[in-house]
Write a protein that binds this ligand. Structure first.
Ligand SMILES: Cc1cc2nc3c(=O)[nH]c(=O)nc-3n(C[C@H](O)[C@H](O)[C@H](O)COP(=O)(O)O)c2cc1C
Length: 207
């Protein structure tokens, strides 16, 4: 690969670290966290620092950066105060609306109505779901871990109920061609799926 430029994270600025991480760990799946405040205001925000961390019980994590002034984002405040949140996967037809919901709105204003996204009630949690999303996870807040000296919050939720639209199912599997997930790259770039690459491996039986 030729010469490498080297970076010591203890010697470079935070935004430079961010650029390396978000340009390397790609594409990151995007979904909306939907929550409700203790005063009953519903909220949605997109997250791409999102992954699955446990299968039994099912758990997911979201890394929720602090606002530039050090305060917590509404998603985290709500998930801590009410004890639950939903995570809703974003498919291609929703990607522009998804980006618009990341614009900061004043406390008390719901992105659902501002951006024209419909909410529907959940079965086991108080947080609403996003009707247009193909997959919804209803989660109970399991733990918030504060990482490093800046207390960077990592929200871990236990999925207590799954909703998977029949429109994205093919038999027992979720069909990638129907799901049409959206990924985040770096900067303002998002992506859709490209060519599929399939090759089996020894201990990876098809589940
Ligand atoms: C595609 C996309 C992915 C994002 N991923 C994250 C993320 O993983 N973590 C984060 O803290 N903010 C992320 N953001 C920014 C938040 O969505 C944004 O700060 C939002 O306004 C927070 O809203 P809240 O205060 O209602 O929680 C992302 C924005 C976009 C457009």
């Amino acid at each position: 690969m030729g010469n490498f430029k080297e970076f010591d994270p203890s010697q470079i600025e935070r935004r430079e670290i961010y650029r390396i991480l978000t340009g390397s760990i790609v594409p990151r799946p995007i979904g909306w966290a939907s929550t409700i405040s203790k005063d009953g205001i519903s909220n949605i925000a997109p997250f791409s620092f999102f992954t699955c961390v446990c299968v039994a019980p099912p758990m997911i994590s979201l890394t929720i950066a602090r606002n530039p002034d050090g305060s917590k984002k509404h998603t985290l405040i709500n998930a801590e105060e009410t004890g639950d949140f939903c995570f809703n996967l974003v498919s291609e037809n929703l990607w522009e609306k998804m980006v618009d919901t990341a614009n900061g709105y004043e406390e008390g204003i719901s992105e659902f109505s501002e951006v024209g996204i419909e909410s529907i009630p959940s079965i086991k949690v108080d947080s609403p779901r996003v009707k247009q999303s193909p997959i919804h996870f209803e989660c109970k807040t399991h733990k918030v871990i504060e990482l490093g000296p800046n207390k960077h919050p990592l929200l871990i939720g236990e999925v207590v109920y799954f909703h998977v639209s029949e429109e994205v199912l093919k038999g027992k599997y979720i069909d990638m061609e129907k799901l049409k997930p959206v990924g985040r790259l770096n900067g303002f770039l998002q992506c859709s799926l490209g060519e599929f690459l399939e090759r089996s491996f020894q201990d990876g039986q098809k589940r």
